[in-house]
Write a protein that binds this ligand. Sequence first.
Ligand code: EPZ
Length: 423
Amino acid sequence: MDKFVINGGKELSGTVRISGAKNASLALMPATLLAPGQYRLHNTPGLRDVATMSRLLETMGLRFRREDNTLSVDSSDVRRYEAPYEHVKKMRASIYVLGPLLGRYGYAHVSLPGGCAWGPRPVNLHIEGMRKLGAQVELEGGYVTAKAKRLKGARIVFDVSSVGATGNVLMAAVLAEGTTVIDNAAMEPEIAALGEFLVRMGAKISGIGTNHLEIEGVDALHPADFTTIPDRIEAGTFLVAAAIAGKKGTAIRVQNCDPSHLSAVTTKLEDAGVMLRVGKDFVEIEPLKEILPVNVTTSIYSGFPTDMQAQWIALMSLARGTSMVTDTIYADRFMHVPELNRLGANITVKGNVATVVGVKKLAGAKVMSTDLRASASLILAGLAAEGTTEVLRVYHLDRGYERIEKKLALLGADISRVSGEEF
Ligand code: EPZ
């Protein structure tokens, strides 16, 4: 397994280019099951999770070819309608095949995802949504088996706003008979991108980008090309990198992002004392002399994203004062806290609230990655810590960040990947 070795204290400056959005690609790729043919998905990031999704879809008969950041997909010959446990256990987003398989083939046999580093992460809303659309869904032996001659449009209200369940129901409803209404739909940009892709494929969807979606089922869809939106969480992560380790008085330019997807993060960064210049597809950020403590409560889009909670805690660990960080989406997503405390941070967690007492400095140490965004927070802290930080098991990071060590090194960080040893 690889580790990152970071010699902290280097001041970052320059420009970083943001890749395509992981959580958009992981929905767009299974959507190609809905219509046979050739697709080109531009700006698809080169991530472990994208590779995992490709391998899963290949077991069903899809074929993939990558040229730079364009992923060509051929879904002409789908011959299996199941997602086995060995794939799903690696990545929860594999559940995204349920909706398109059911919508187009009337059958899906999908392993239930396991938990993840920080908690159970149920899929009840996905299953209830399929049942509402008329599918017969059985849960047995850790698998979901869903059948339907043809799905029928229905009115669905999600008790909890769910990105995945919204995506799955959306992909199931586009070929259903009649109209489907989804209330309390997720509004995340990745779901809006999925909606736009499906419309490009011939689907009839209104309300894209809002929490009220109306889908008029059609008899067939056709392939389409699409350019994936930029990854707002990667962009947010680099904005925090600039805030925690940026060269005072100079700006770091986060290029190829969509600032309109990041307003909750940029607003909180300004409250923390950074200077921002926002353009159409970039944000320039200049750290000021000190970091001010700023409380954050995560919420659904367009609130502060839970996927930025760990990174925010890393920044607040060096603030001049105490801040409270509350996660209302995942009550137990704090595996990064004990590791940050090993670097000298002073954070306590009670329920879903972390109290972060800012310290003057962090000191390098060996720390363990537990999940994707927790690992990102350890890197951010390592950039600012005095001395050497080793972040172990960085395969977690490779799931959602494209060559993060190369992008950080280009900004002046002293970070290298050490392969091979058993850490
Ligand atoms: C998506 O996960 C993202 N993953 C996650 O990003 C992100 O943290 C999450 O949305 C929240 O924004 C992808 O898009 C691949 P949810 P998802 O369904 O769809 C509860 C990352 O770091 N819930 O919106 O699984 C759930 O427990 C990853 O890139 C149910 O109760 O999240 C949570 O409390 C981590 N029943 C809330 O809803 C269900 O059936 C939001 O979950 C489904 C969800």
